[in-house]
Every structure is written in structure tokens, then in C-alpha cells.
Design a protein around this ligand. Structure first.
Ligand SMILES: O=C(O)CCC(=O)C(=O)O
Length: 246
């Protein structure tokens, strides 16, 4: 693993967020944007109303080769695998997000369970941005290190989860990045999104460990496994299959 990838892994462990800047070339970006817009049309989601956040989910996304290929991108998967300490991460969810301006952004929250501590680094979200984000439009903001408050810890057996009020009060810092960059976010870290004045699109894959996880995540994995029983494995492109299979 090269130094840039290693730095993203270490930042995700320490801060809850790691960034790999400028992974995609302009040609790759153009192709993925084209496929994304086609997918929204094919799946009857139209071209986006002001103020809306539109998402497409799961297997249909794999029909778009460049977009679908992101869920098994070797460099992204190498970093995910290191963050989770998992040789074959499980691809729990595939999703797109398209925010059409003017959009108010997303309030401060954690994606961790409100009732159960998490196993440390049981899952990680990857977000491949297709548009620039900065402090003036759509920056992801987060409070470094807050994922750790949600982890079960042998040194602190009586740990109590942060409250919704705690999560509002942290020192949030924005991430600026160019289209084609990837954010690796530990879901428990406290985060939000500033108001959005330009189109903001990204592709997100949610990956889990196969060996560690709290009850809510195990339940989500069971649900995904059950629904995948209805889908022929041969319809899943070969590079993604080993992550999609449990
Ligand atoms: O749009 C984003 O970058 C993050 C959205 C968010 O906070 C979430 O999905 O939990």
C-alpha cells in the first residue's frame, strides 16, 4: 500500500474520516457522471427538483459498468480492507446521492446505533464525489475522533453512548475536495453537510467486517443476505461478486 493510501487508513482510524484525493481521472469522471444521469432517467427518478436528495440503490447500479466498478475498485477496497482489518469486506449497501440546489444540507448526526455500542471498525462508508465540495457549498463537516465514543471498550466497560444533544455541540470541521476524490467515513463519527448551492453527487458503498459487529449491524447483514437469495449470483459482475456474496 502506498503512503497516500496508508495515510487515509490512519486518518480513518484516528479521526473517523480519511480522504484519498483525486483518485479518478477527468475521463473516468465524465463517464461515471454520464452513467449516473442515465441511471436516474432509466430508474424513473428524473433530473432532480430543487431541494431534493435523490438516491438509487443496490444491484441495478451494477448495470452501469464504470459506476458499478467503483464498488470493487482495487485501491478503494485495499483501504477499506485495511480500515476494517478484513480481507474480504462485505458490501452491505450500494447507493447514489444527488442533491439538487438549493438544498439546506444535512443536520449534525452519527450513523451509529443510538442504543448499542459498536464493535471498533465494524463497518466503513466510502463516498466517491462527482462534484467539488467546499465550505461554501456542500462540505461534509465532522468532529475528529468522535467515532471512538461509540465503540465498546474493554478499558471502559460502563461506557454510555453520546446523546443527540452531545452530537450537536462538537467542534465541526469542513472537508473541501475536488470531484473524483474519495472519503472513507467511519459511520459513527459525528457529521453533517453545509447548505448546498451547486449540484452535489456522490456514489457510496457501505462495507462491513465479516467477523465483528454489534446486533444492529448483524441484523442488517441478515436482511441483505435474505434479499440477495432472490438474485442470481451470475447477474452480479464478477469483480463485485466476492464482496456482494456473504
Ligand atoms: O451527503 C453526505 O455527504 C452525507 C450524508 C449523511 O450525513 C448521511 O448519509 O449520513
Amino acid at each position: 500500500m502506498d503512503a497516500e493510501d496508508r495515510a487515509a487508513v490512519e486518518a480513518a482510524w484516528k479521526n473517523g474520516v480519511g480522504v484519498l484525493h483525486n483518485l479518478l481521472s477527468q475521463d473516468e469522471l465524465d463517464t461515471i457522471r454520464r452513467e449516473l444521469e442515465q441511471a436516474y432517467l432509466d430508474l424513473d427518478m428524473g433530473s432532480g427538483e430543487p431541494g431534493s436528495r435523490d438516491s438509487l440503490r443496490n444491484e441495478p447500479l451494477l448495470n452501469y459498468p464504470a459506476l458499478g466498478g467503483l464498488f470493487s475498485h482495487p485501491r478503494i477496497l485495499g483501504i477499506v480492507s485495511a480500515i476494517l482489518d478484513e480481507p474480504r469486506p462485505f458490501l452491505l449497501q450500494m447507493k447514489t446521492n444527488r442533491y439538487t440546489p438549493e438544498h439546506k444540507g444535512v443536520g449534525r448526526h452519527s450513523d451509529g446505533s443510538p442504543t448499542e455500542l459498536a464493535a471498533p471498525f465494524q463497518w466503513v462508508a466510502t463516498m466517491i464525489y462527482l462534484d467539488d465540495i467546499d465550505v461554501n457549498s456542500g462540505a461534509l463537516t465532522y468532529v475528529p475522533g468522535t467515532h471512538l465514543y461509540h465503540f465498546a471498550s474493554a478499558c471502559d466497560p460502563g461506557r454510555i453512548l453520546p446523546t443527540k444533544e452531545d452530537i450537536q455541540t462538537g467542534d465541526y470541521i469542513p472537508i473541501g475536495l475536488k470531484a473524483g476524490s474519495v472519503v472513507f467515513r467511519v459511520p459513527e463519527v459525528w457529521h453533517g453537510v453545509v447548505p448546498i448551492h451547486r449540484l452535489r453527487r456522490y456514489i457510496t458503498g457501505l462495507y462491513t467486517s465479516r467477523t465483528k459487529g454489534n446486533a444492529p449491524i448483524k441484523e442488517q447483514i441478515q436482511k441483505a443476505r435474505k434479499s440477495r437469495k432472490q438474485i442470481s449470483e451470475t447477474s452480479i459482475p464478477e469483480p463485485a461478486r466476492k464482496y456482494w456474496q456473504y
